[in-house]
Ligand binder design. Structure first.
Ligand SMILES: Nc1nc2c(ncn2[C@@H]2O[C@H](COP(=O)(O)OP(=O)(O)OP(=O)(O)O)[C@@H](O)[C@H]2O)c(=O)[nH]1
Ligand SMILES: [Mg+2]
Length: 311
């Protein structure tokens, strides 16, 4: 009913039909069109139906589910198969707290995560990879001159969405993957914060490769985010972002909240026994605290041990 457009099909400009009501169309949606779908200059079609979404990647403005602002929910993209978590190894420095949040969002939305570490020419990946040892998280390293074949293979046949802080190199990467994309690329200011060069999400078809058959896939570039709020994820589901910890909780007492205040939480013994990295447990507990409005709102995604974390 919703045949995929091929690379030679025209690009159609369409607007939302009134009958869709308040339903909004987001990047990645598959839609039914009526009207002029020729793609000719000036032609305008109408979107009359949005297909059921296979996945919905959401984030909230803030973590705090106790305030209206905190609960404000945004759909980032629909129908993504893979969440490419883009983190620079330097300039701006990596934040494992941010990556952990993206992992929670990915598992919660049933989207496979891929860690994409950029600017590998500026710093090594050892610290970040060491933190995720127990996760067997797939990852790629990107430097300006790196061969992108391994990444292309991981993107083939699926819809992947790039998320990351501003200035980590998402658009730079998209321009390398899709040379005609012509995404604007910004500079990173001295304090290591990007300037939010990209302002809207854009889905691009990856070009076919001479040495590979089949669908090369789609890539969605998104504007940099300062934080990845998780107020929409239940406390219980937060744990799904920590597959290295989840197993331990079968030994927790009934109704254990897994916070540091829980005297008999099995996670403490799990970590003390060397089964998981104590920094991961600390990160999980920071997320739990942040959801209930505690924690440091200025730096919610900086874990102790991250570069420039100050401890
Ligand atoms: N040294 C180095 N610099 C890079 C690399 N990738 C990107 N950059 C630089 O990082 C800066 C920011 O890159 P962008 O691609 O605009 O970053 P972005 O993630 O799209 O940023 P927003 O659109 O603001 O979210 C640019 O000056 C790039 O040239 C890399 O692998 N190594
Ligand atoms: Mg960008």
């Amino acid at each position: 009913m919703f045949p995929d457009a091929g690379p030679d099909d025209p690009t159609v400009t369409a607007m939302r039909a009134r009958e869709l009501g308040r339903k909004s169309v987001v990047v990645g949606d598959r839609v039914s069109l009526v009207g002029d779908t020729s793609g000719a200059p000036g032609a305008l079609a109408r979107i009359v139906r949005i297909a059921e979404r296979r996945s919905v990647l959401r984030r909230t403005a803030e973590d705090d589910a106790t305030t209206a602002e905190g609960r404000l929910e945004r759909v980032v993209v629909a129908n993504a198969d893979q969440l490419v978590i883009v983190s620079a190894l330097a300039d701006p420095p990596p934040r494992t707290g941010f990556i952990d949040r993206c992992l929670v969002a990915a598992y919660d939305a049933d989207i496979e995560p891929l860690l994409c570490l950029t600017k590998a020419d500026l710093a090594g990946p050892e610290a970040v990879l060491g933190y995720y040892t127990e996760l067997e998280l797939p990852y790629v390293l990107i430097r300006p001159d790196s061969d992108l074949a391994a990444l292309r293979a991981l993107l083939a046949g699926r819809v992947s969405v790039l998320v990351g802080h501003s200035g980590v190199g998402k658009s730079t990467l998209v321009n390398r993957l899709v040379p005609e994309a012509d995404r604007a690329v910004g500079t990173v200011s001295a304090i290591g914060r990007g300037r939010h060069t990209s302002t809207s999400a854009v889905a691009l078809r990856l070009p076919p490769q001479p040495d590979a058959d089949g669908d090369p896939g789609w890539i969605i570039d998104t504007p940099g985010v300062r934080s990845f709020g998780l107020a929409h994820v239940s406390a219980e589901s937060l744990l799904h972002g920590f597959p290295d910890l989840v197993e331990a909780t079968v030994d927790c007492p009934a109704n254990c909240q897994h916070t540091a205040e829980e005297a008999d939480c099995a996670l403490d013994a799990w970590v003390a026994g060397g089964k998981a990295d104590p920094r991961r447990l600390a990160s999980y507990r920071r997320l739990l605290a942040s959801r209930s409005g505690e924690g440091d709102p200025r730096e919610p995604e900086r874990n102790p041990g991250d570069p420039l974390a100050g401890s």
